[in-house]
Design a protein around this ligand. Sequence first.
Ligand SMILES: Cc1ncc(COP(=O)(O)O)c(C=O)c1O
Length: 493
Amino acid sequence: MPSSTSVDLTHHLSTETRLRKPNPMKAIWRLTRRKPKMISLANGDPHFSLYPIRRVEFEVASVGEDIENPVQTWRTSGPSAPSQRFVSTTDGPSSLPLKSALQYSAGAGLPDAQRAVTELTNHYHSPPDHHTTLTLGNSDGVAKCFRLLGEPGDHFLADEFSFSSLTNAPLSHGIKWVSVKIDQGGLVPEDLERILSNWNEEEQGRRPHVLYTVPCGQNPTGCTLSVERRKKIYALAQRFDFIIIEDDPYYYLQYESPDDNVDCTSKDFKFIPSFLSMDVDGRVMRVDSFSKIMAPGMRLGWITSNFAFHDALVTLTDSSTHHPHAFGQIFITEMLFAEGGWSIAGFDRWVRSLRDEYKRRRDFFVDSFYNEVARSGYASAELPEAGMFLWMKVHLQKHPRFRTYKNGDGNAPGPKTNTKELMEELFERCLDGGVVVMPASVFLVPEAAKTTDEDPIEDRLNFFRLTFAGPEDTMVPALEILGQVLKEFFTEK
Ligand SMILES: Cc1ncc(COP(=O)(O)O)c(C=O)c1O
């Protein structure tokens, strides 16, 4: 086994992962690569001449240096927008001939596709010594990480409002959540430290050994962790020996840095250093996706981790999905390496241009939000520094029916206000008005163990998540409805 980062972290692997045996047939299959010209009578690999496909051609946006803003050009010029083509045929000369691409391959993905994502990771994060494993996108990637590390009865840590599609995933494996406070700057390191240093293993079981977090444009709150917070969280991970699952689909959609407020369009702008880039121990599992920068239907992404975790991920994949479909892998390989492809420089031009486009949408949405919704004083929002979401705060205390309860009213130690009920009512009114928003309650970390009662989360559910990723022509009408619904809700007789 090649040596990885210096710290042995295999004690984090779950019993399920330790018990999982490598797929014995895959082990024999790998031997076909032991020396050149090995003849295999071993595997039931369909012969490539029987694939009913001999050519795949991709036509993609041109990202040449002569095009100042490739996304804008692509979006607005319709069929006449300049494009680039790359082709894969049975025997090549493409980077990844169909003959090999369409065959069964390894759990880490096709070696060329793995090289493509490794080069992207090295370019943006330069991790010390890590390995990549292809996935079917971040949902698949994160769910696999949970499975790799989670023992029934374990506690995992997550932002108190989190991406519930994924925090739901490990519940059926017996994982329990502990929620960590977040503020406008994202996860609060001091709260994380409080939870971990007060943990009583005799009463509460094993101390949480996994943190799931979304560091850029957090879903749902839109906040981004500063470098200082990232360093503090990483130091806590070393001190309390936990693994960080860095789910970062919005990494490329950074509009301002929380550290120095440099505008992303300025030449000085640098992507914020990821947890992976700081990971000297191998305790970060970084999960990347093509969903938000290419297309979600591609269902392709990758995990970057230490070698032992990579090996365990491959074993899991070898006995389940085998590997992602070939077409996505061909696409990214050709996109980066083919003559006529984008190369890393072109990819970088695309993601920076995409970021400018989303920033434009964000600014338009935020302006409209201030005009149509926030002006009334019934709601407000912080400017999201990354991602696709605005976290709208409803100023419920201005509502005529808003109530606070004193201890002794039978409500202590639970919620001290009627926030939950009022927000449910407001949500229904939005639907009646014709606009769908995401209530904060959807993002509550499910069944999270209570770590404090002083500031119950039920009293902080006065938020809706709004997205600015959708069609621009519906943004203003939707916000007009929202503004009107709020006015009626707050001024009811
Ligand atoms: C934080 C977060 N993780 C994961 C995903 C899912 O990504 P994928 O499409 O790659 O599965 C999303 C999508 O909205 C997300 O916001």
